[in-house]
Design a protein around this ligand. Structure first.
Ligand SMILES: [Zn+2]
Length: 305
């Protein structure tokens, strides 16, 4: 089993599902590996197939990206988008305490702020989708957003019963079915009461409905859960290091004598040394005022923190 690109016909790391039947939730898939991808060798032959645990953070991020894209693509086509819809959407995000704006990319296509995990959760839970799409379709799409958030919270739970995992599987499959439910009897696209196209179902959605429940069972039998394998802490580390080293050192040309990797490693090494040998991370300077005999202390945080 090698690793195919997500847009390949046999896209899945865990099974032989092909892109054309990705939407079909009636098919049964287990974690047997992808034997259709013969061109490439296995990425990490030492790792057992059952130990490639999907990352819950990226399921959240990428599936919400798809929901946003589908939603905004409908709206940006409209004549009144720039004057009416755009300011209203930006205001709705502001009400949720989320910084969000649309901007035009070089190809004059509309683009928007890419949101981090916490903002995406707020959006899925509370964004008033139905205000922007009229009728039953708007209501249904809003339900789709809320239901995805509910299911995401279920898969993040550290303890689940077999019954709850089974229910998750049923609900996640029904969620994908609802996502690409065909329009019923409306051919005119302006009266499209269906949600989205089957082709809009992404590899992440397939993993969400077809493989996550299996991993939930497998991890439960070992007393583990998906959230333990979340990459959110690594992403956070990456975010702070990019800010610290790439954001900071490239100003004024940066320090080109050593590589950034060297700087990161020596910074991490120093932090570990401080931690192990209990080195204080702040300095305290004390001003002694002889007049009122009161001691004032000022703490300075280590700028590296
Ligand atoms: Zn699969």
């Amino acid at each position: 089993m090698g690793l195919n690109a997500p847009n390949a016909n046999y896209f899945c790391l865990y099974c032989n599902c092909d892109a054309a039947s990705r939407w079909d939730m009636d098919q049964v898939w287990t974690n047997t590996g992808n034997s259709k991808c013969t061109k490439k060798l296995a990425l990490f032959p030492a790792i057992d197939q059952n130990n490639y645990i999907p990352d819950e953070l990226h399921l959240l991020l990428r599936i919400s990206d798809t929901l946003m894209e589908c939603f905004f693509n409908d709206l940006t086509k409209k004549k009144e988008f720039e004057k009416q819809i755009k300011p209203n959407i930006e205001a709705a995000f502001k009400d949720l305490g989320v910084r969000f704006e649309f901007f035009k990319s070089t190809s004059s296509k509309w683009n928007w702020t890419s949101l981090m995990g916490t903002d995406k959760k707020k959006m899925l839970e509370k964004f008033p989708v139905a205000q922007f799409i009229t009728g039953i379709r708007g209501e249904n799409i809003e339900v789709l957003w809320r239901e995805f958030y509910r299911l995401y919270k279920v898969l993040r739970q550290s303890q689940l019963t077999d019954q709850e995992i089974y229910q998750f599987k049923v609900d996640a499959e029904n969620w994908v079915r609802a996502f690409c439910r065909p329009s019923q009897g409306f051919i005119n696209s302006s009266l499209n009461f269906g949600h989205y196209r089957k082709a809009d179902v992404t590899p992440y959605m397939h993993v969400f409905a077809k493989h996550i429940p299996l991993f939930m069972h497998q991890l439960k039998s070992k007393g583990l859960s998906l959230r333990i394998f979340s990459t959110s802490s690594i992403e956070k580390k990456n975010h702070s290091q990019v800010r610290l080293f790439f954001g900071g050192t490239t100003m004024g040309g940066g320090n080109k004598e050593r590589t950034v990797v060297y700087d990161i490693m020596s910074f991490e090494n120093r932090k570990l040394f401080y931690l192990i040998s209990n080195t204080p991370k702040e300095i305290t300077s004390r001003n002694i005022n002889a007049d009122n005999k009161e001691n004032l202390s000022h703490s300075f945080n280590d700028p590296g923190q």
